[in-house]
Ligand binder design. Structure first.
Ligand SMILES: *[C@@H]1O[C@H](CO)[C@@H](O)[C@H](O)[C@H]1NC(C)=O
Ligand SMILES: *[C@@H]1O[C@H](CO)[C@@H](O)[C@H](O)[C@H]1NC(C)=O
Ligand SMILES: *[C@@H]1O[C@H](CO)[C@@H](O)[C@H](O)[C@H]1NC(C)=O
Length: 490
């Protein structure tokens, strides 16, 4: 048997995230072996940030592997895609049965599924872990979402839970085993989608306060700060208050000088694409992605703003003379929309779990997002409670707590959207959330007509309410001429 090396774990990829994760692990008493393909990076790191800590370096993968305790644990933190596969290929001949490769990058969950299957065939264990919280999180406590081969978990659990963010009085780690194969990266993807949604609903609240109530940025900063002490207490509301208050050199609010054209790296888009693939109505995240797309058509919008008219109602619209109560309505609209968005996100998780046979722990996922990451909030503690109360909960909206919260908010929610519609202020996320809510609570929707139309032009057949077991085709015209289902496919 080869001698056991001194290091508990190795990490490949010394960009800021990688360095910070290594420093975080070292702070918690683990010995970490650092590697980068450009070996001068290793020497720089050892001579500077890592100096005096339980961090050692390696100048080749062979050397790195020789310095690891068994089973060897190696985190790869490089650009998602080909680079991950390339390191896996180089590591395979150096490792032995039961060694563990962990991909901590932003990989697509389908890649993680493929790598799990591949490494199983090589008798190696693979973990794909979502890592959220940015550089700061990596250094002082990220949210970690590991999934893959469950046999790996007992070996990495201590390190992962030690370095992750902690929440609540019990110091619970924001890290637990998510599920098989791509589950960790899937949950990370949904986290990113929810982040898009949370940001969009905050933007809509800001837009309404600015356009309808004509509030100053300092007033809005105070309002967000106040909301941050209530049920909306969260990282994103907190930073929004800071942003509202921040002044440019001339004393004017900086945020008003920023071009209103949003960028995106695609992770929200992946969530929306999965939602379409799985047929789950994750409408708020979808609208949030589209809202960014629309924002980026800045020149087209500027041109259209000169041509297309809006409602005749003036902006002096009377919100009941009571600014304070309309501000409260906006808060409730934001909160209700947020509940719908998370309900939709968990619907997508449920569907993926059913499809891939993942045994997802939904309360555990809420806890993983509770701290360390961008969507961290008090609200996620309530979601955890909902799933603790009923692990089989079909939909968050059906939980007693959330059902009552929405019911307390809904008059305000409807008032805000109706007002915005009258004044021509777009609220795509608030509105789609309410439309979903109204659809989900409807025992009867007009899809009977869709079925009739499909049968009329394409003979796609339909089911009768009084005889749902049979699929029936009706000759709708009775005027001759065949309709064929092979010519249309709608
Ligand atoms: C090496 O380090 C640089 C940053 O110093 C990083 O950008 C790169 O991804 C790392 N690459 C590998 C393969 O270790
Ligand atoms: C539909 O009904 C008309 C009139 O009764 C008949 O001529 C035609 O063949 C029917 N078409 C089909 C597809 O059964
Ligand atoms: C309708 O379909 C039947 C069976 O396929 C065929 O015999 C008949 O000629 C078609 N009639 C017309 C008007 O196309």
């Amino acid at each position: 048997m080869a001698s056991e090396g001194p290091a508990d774990i190795a990490l490949i990829g010394l960009a800021v995230m990688g360095q910070n994760l290594i420093l975080n692990m070292a702070d918690h008493g683990f010995t970490v072996c650092a590697f980068n393909r450009t070996t001068s990076k290793v020497d720089d790191f050892l001579a500077n940030e890592a100096k005096g800590k339980s961090i050692i370096g390696a100048h080749s993968l062979e050397e790195m592997v020789s310095k690891l305790k068994k089973p060897r644990k190696i985190i790869i933190l490089v650009k998602a895609g080909q680079a991950v596969d390339s390191f896996i290929e180089q590591l395979i001949p150096l490792l032995e049965q039961g060694d563990i490769i962990i991909d901590g990058g932003n990989s697509e969950y389908t890649d993680t599924q493929r790598r799990c299957n591949y490494l199983k065939s090589k008798d190696l264990l693979f973990v794909g872990s979502g890592v959220s919280g940015g550089e700061e999180g990596a250094r002082y406590g990220p949210s970690l979402m590991p999934g893959g081969h469950p046999e790996a978990w007992p070996h990495i659990k201590e390190i992962f839970q030690c370095i992750s963010a902690k929440v609540s009085d019990n110091n619970e780690p924001c890290c637990d085993w998510v599920g098989n194969d791509g589950a960790g990266h899937f949950v990370k993807m949904v986290h990113n989608g929810i982040e898009y949604g949370d940001m969009q609903i905050i933007c809509e609240a800001y837009h309404l306060m600015k356009m309808i109530l004509k509030l100053s940025n300092d007033e809005m900063a105070d309002i967000f700060a106040d909301w941050n002490k209530q049920e909306l207490d969260s990282f994103l509301i907190e930073i929004t208050s800071d942003i509202m208050r921040y002044k440019d050199d001339d004393g004017q609010p900086l945020v008003e000088k920023i071009l209103d054209s949003a960028g995106q790296k695609g992770t929200g888009k992946w969530t929306a694409i999965s939602a379409l693939d799985f047929g789950v109505p994750v409408t708020l995240i979808g609208e949030s992605v589209f809202a960014r797309c629309l924002s980026s058509l800045k020149n087209e919008r500027l041109a259209a703003s000169e041509i297309l008219s809006g409602p005749s109602t003036t902006m002096e619209f009377d919100v009941g003379g009571d600014k304070k109560s309309f501000i409260d309505d906006i808060r409730k609209a934001l909160y209700a929309s947020k509940i719908v968005s998370y309900a939709q996100g968990f619907m997508l998780l449920r569907e993926a779990a059913a499809k891939f046979d993942w045994n997802l722990n939904y309360g555990g996922i809420a806890l993983m997002w509770r701290g360390g990451c961008i969507i961290r909030s008090v609200f996620l503690g309530n979601i955890k409670k909902a799933f603790d109360n009923n692990p089989e909960l079909q939909n968050l909206l059906l939980d007693d707590f959330f059902r009552e919260e929405i019911s307390k908010c809904q008059d305000s929610w409807r008032n805000v959207i109706a007002t915005a519609v009258k004044l021509g202020i777009p609220t795509p996320a608030f509105s789609t959330a309410l439309a979903f809510y109204d659809g989900y609570r409807s025992g009867q929707l007009p899809a009977n007509l869709i079925q009739a139309q499909r049968d009329y032009f394409g003979a796609h057949t339909y089911q009768r309410i009084d005889n749902p077991g049979n699929f029936i085709h009706t000759n709708w015209t009775g005027k001759g001429g065949n309709v064929s289902s092979s010519t249309y496919n709608a």
